[in-house]
Design a protein around this ligand. Structure first.
Ligand SMILES: C[S@@+](CC[C@H](N)C(=O)[O-])C[C@H]1O[C@@H](n2cnc3c(N)ncnc32)[C@H](O)[C@@H]1O
Length: 252
């Protein structure tokens, strides 16, 4: 028998079998060249449009300083990547403005080692910011073309994010419970599966409201098990304008 194993091994080697590539940990071993680009613009963005508007969490500011946002927009828009506005990424969708990304991330308060879920991967930028801060990151994108765009952007920078294409309404049941859930498209009502998948003490940050109307950025913190309203503490963070939540399940 040992001879058979050796033989199979040699056969595999002669067929050019390769070892599994080494896996990067959650986004902390980036490719140096990309991370060195446009650092001054990034620093200016963090100082003048994020910290100046009240975001304080040092780890969040550091993550925004590090992630090369210009690598998450179409190349023709790279020069605008550090201005404080959303930018088109194709298929009718946008990368959110840096201040909103920072404010939502600060409200979600990801701690080292946290399990984090994003709904609405888009370009992959918010997922990369979470990868700088969380232990594991999961992200769901409804549109296959954008899921591919995000996968490419994240891979090129060495970020390790679990990606899924589909309707984020259902969350990611196999990976729950989550310490942090960030939703970057606005449903009319909060999807119950997302509340169900929050760990005790976990935070859900989500824009809620009608397309084109007044939407509220809400924070839910799970205070006890169960799904009755007393299980969650809810607070309102800001008025916002997000793209609508897609999919049948998101309809009112
Ligand atoms: C404002 S964009 C997201 C920006 C993204 N977080 C980034 O950093 O680039 C909202 C994204 O949510 C996606 N989306 C909308 N409804 C969704 C759903 N039901 N499930 C998953 N993704 C959804 C859209 O396709 C879009 O890519």
């Amino acid at each position: 028998m040992p001879h058979l194993a050796l033989l199979l091994c040699l056969l595999a080697a002669s067929l050019g079998c390769r070892r599994e590539p080494e896996r990067r940990s959650a986004g902390v071993q980036p490719l140096p060249a990309a991370f060195g680009e446009r650092q001054a613009a990034r620093e200016h963005m963090v100082r003048e449009t994020i910290a100046a508007r009240g975001v304080k969490a040092p780890r969040v500011l550091e993550a925004l300083r590090r992630v090369p946002r210009h690598r998450f927009v179409p190349p023709s828009l790279a020069g605008s990547a550090y201005s404080d506005r959303p930018l088109p990424i194709g298929w009718g969708q946008t990368i959110s403005q840096p201040y909103i990304v920072a404010a939502m991330t600060e409200a979600a308060a990801p701690e080292p080692g946290a399990r984090c879920l994003e709904v609405g991967t888009g370009s992959g930028y918010q997922a990369a910011v979470l990868a700088e801060l969380c232990g594991r990151v999961y992200s769901i994108e409804y549109l296959p073309e954008l899921a591919e765009f995000a996968a490419k952007n994240l891979r090129a920078l060495g970020y390790r994010v679990e990606l899924r294409t589909g309707d984020g309404y259902a969350g990611w049941p196999e990976a729950q419970p989550f310490d942090v859930i960030v939703v970057t498209a606005a449903p009319e009502r909060v999807p119950e599966p997302l509340l169900d998948q929050l760990a005790l003490g976990g935070r859900l940050v989500i824009p809620v409201g009608p397309e084109g109307g007044v939407q509220e950025l809400a924070l839910y913190v799970r205070r006890r098990p169960g799904r009755d309203p007393a299980s969650f503490e809810r607070s309102s963070l800001a008025e916002v304008r997000f793209v609508p939540f897609l999919g049948d399940a998101g309809a009112p």
